[in-house]
Ligand binder design. Sequence first.
Ligand code: FES
Length: 126
Amino acid sequence: MNNRVFTVGTLIPGKIAPVRNSPTSTLVEKVEPKQRSNEIKTHFEKIIVVQGSNKFEISPSKGKLLDAALNQGKPINYKCRKGTCGQCTVQVQQGPGLSKPNEREQEKLGNEVNNGYRLACQAVIL
Ligand code: FES
């Protein structure tokens, strides 16, 4: 973690002022390496699911996995949205923050829930 000291002079675009030791005339801001934090965020926060031959990367947003996917233009197949038809079945390859399979998923998918299969209309992003 880097601590950078900003003075009034550093606020001028394109100009970097020397660091001063006067605490009354400086602002201290913690600066994280942006690119590195974005890489980490992208790698760990995306939900990756496979449906048939299609692979979808979904950015987490609270609510149903299916709704998040559709809102982001990821065309996951679905029909009933009630957990009965199984059309929205996906295999989760990476799914941080997903709820545990509910009763409908366990009933519809059986042992496949242990292999990462979920009903996108029932899986909730927490
Ligand atoms: S849309 Fe029918 S089970 Fe999900």
